[in-house]
Structure formats: C-alpha cells, structure tokens
Design a protein around this ligand. Structure first.
Ligand SMILES: [Zn+2]
Ligand SMILES: [Zn+2]
Length: 314
C-alpha cells in the first residue's frame, strides 16, 4: 500500500484485498475512525503528548484520562473499554493504572505498547532519603516507580521506541515517525540541559512533595525526594509520617512544601504551617489541569522555575 488518500475511492474488492495483505489503516471500521490515520489510545497525558508529537497528523490520539482528573485510579467506562478494543495501538504503562492494565489484558491483544518494556523501572525503595544510622522511611517496598516521564531523557527514549512501533503499524510513514521522534528528542534534551544547569548550584537539594512522584527527576538532577505519601496519591499519610516529614522539613530548612494540581493541598498546607514554610505547586504532570494551558515542556519549565526559587539555586 503506497498512499492512504485514495482509499475512499477504492472498490470494495480492492479494499478487501488490502485488508488481506495487511493494510492496517483500513482495518478500523469503528464509528468516527479516520481510515487515513492510525488510531492510538494513550492511557494518560504524558503518553498522549508523546503520541501526538511522534504521530503528528498521521495519528488520532485519544487520552483515556480526562484533564483535571488524577489518573492513577482511573476507572474506564464501557465506551472507553471499547476504544481500547478498537484502537490500532494502545500506549500505556503497565502497573500505573490497574483499570487500563485489565482492559489491555482482556481486549488489546498484541496491539498494546507497554512503556515499561522500553527500560526497567526504578525500584520504589531506591528512593532512600536516609540519614546515616537512622531507620529509613521505607515506602511501599518492593514496588516499581512508574513516574519515568519526569526524566526528559527517559521520555525521549520512549518516543524513539514509539516511533518504531508506529512504523511497524504504518510502514508507509515509518520515516516520518522517526523524524518526529528525533525532533522531540532534541527538545527534551534541551530541557534536560536547562534542568542540569538550573539545578547545579543550590542551597538545598531536598524536595518535600505530596506523593512520591519525583524519584526519576530527583535521580537525574541529584535531588532528594521526601514524600508525604508513597507512589500513589490516594492514601492519607499517617500522623507519624506527618511528624516525620515535618522534622525532615525543619532539619533541611525547607522553605517550600510542594503540592500537586490534581490532588488536595490540605496536607501540604498543614505541614507548611507547622514548619513555617510556604506551599507551591510542583506538578508531576500525570495530567494537565482542567483549565488546560501548556504542555509537558512548558509545565516542566514552570516546575524548574519553582524548584530554583524553593531550593535557592543561583
Ligand atoms: Zn503518581
Ligand atoms: Zn533528611
């Protein structure tokens, strides 16, 4: 198959032949499906961002997580399960959203692309902000940390692999996917350079955050993450943990307790009041806020500005 544009004009027989010979873009007959584009379902925002950038006008991307909603505990309605069944590619991160994992296992067959197959995830326990001779505050031990998109260099590698996968689904445009992934890699590497320079010389390196989403960011830029809760934001921290974090915040002279756009700031405000710090948004970019605006790159740059102020970077 050389071009998709004339497909609509083809006779039924020719279309049937194309399907038999493996023409993928012709196979989706779902309502509203554009036969000229590859239908990609992305499980949450950073994957949507990568799919749109790598896919360009050759794909239609549907995000299962709605703006303004926290995606960890996403529930799928029957229509969305149908989207997973009908997509030509389901782009997801196994272990991040149980409902998506289940829908993929039951409905996506070999049409799923799991981000965790690109590179091994960090161990959650590798978060260790421990002091010599103290008990570490072990979080959910044994778990894997899914928040890899907060390291732009890792996200660039995910984009490269997605380009290969899209090229396999849609070989005619494989070179376009590769080119767009390379462009995105350039932008992500520029962002990485800004982070490295911007966080090079700081008065503090500890970040007190609401859920432990910043492990990859901390690892990449030599910060120390102190999370009020573990890898998911849905648990209320125990009073003992609050006291522990307050002690850490005082000890490291934290000026700022970070909270997230998609989760209540109440606990962060409580700690901040107790230790005499401010609060500020440090966005884990699990989803864009409902009032939208910006994209992965712009939110990452806002985060960098926020970090530089809070940590006293020169
Ligand atoms: Zn998270
Ligand atoms: Zn400490």
């Amino acid at each position: 198959m050389t071009s998709r544009t004339p497909l609509r004009a083809l006779t039924a027989a020719a279309t049937a032949l194309l399907v038999l010979t493996g023409g993928t873009a012709c196979s989706t007959e779902g309502a509203g499906a554009d036969p000229d584009r590859v239908d990609v379902v992305a499980a949450f925002y950073p994957l949507q961002f990568v799919a749109e950038r790598v896919g360009g006008d050759a794909v239609t991307v549907t995000n299962l997580a709605k703006p303004g909603a926290e995606p960890h505990d996403l529930e799928l309605n029957p229509r969305q399960v149908g989207q997973v069944s009908e997509a030509e590619l389901v782009f997801y991160l196994k272990g991040f959203q149980p409902a998506v994992d289940e829908a993929v296992a039951q409905n996506a067959g070999d049409r799923a692309f799991d981000v965790t197959t690109v590179a091994p995830l960090r161990d959650a326990t590798a978060d260790g902000h421990d002091h010599e001779g103290e008990d570490g505050h072990a979080e959910e031990s044994g778990g894997k940390d899914p928040h890899l998109w907060l390291d732009p260099t890792r996200l660039a590698t995910v984009a490269d692999r997605l380009a290969e996968r899209l090229g396999a689904v849609d070989p005619d445009r494989a070179a376009d996917y590769t080119t767009r992934a390379r462009t995105l890699r350039g932008e992500l590497e520029k962002l990485d350079t800004e982070y490295t320079a911007g966080l090079k010389t700081c008065q503090r390196r500890e970040i007190v955050v609401s859920h432990a989403a910043f492990g990859y960011l901390a690892e990449r830029y030599q910060l120390e993450q102190i999370g009020l809760t573990g890898l998911t934001p849905d648990t209320e921290p125990a009073p003992q943990r609050l006291a522990e974090v307050a002690r850490e915040a005082r000890e490291h002279r934290a000026t700022t307790i970070f909270f997230e756009t998609l989760v209540s700031p109440k606990v962060a405000e409580t700690i901040a009041a107790e230790v005499g710090a401010k609060t500020a948004v440090l966005d884990p970019i699990e989803g864009l806020s409902a009032d939208g605006g910006g994209d992965y790159l712009s939110v990452m740059r806002t985060n960098l500005t926020t970090l530089r102020t809070a940590l006293g970077c020169s």
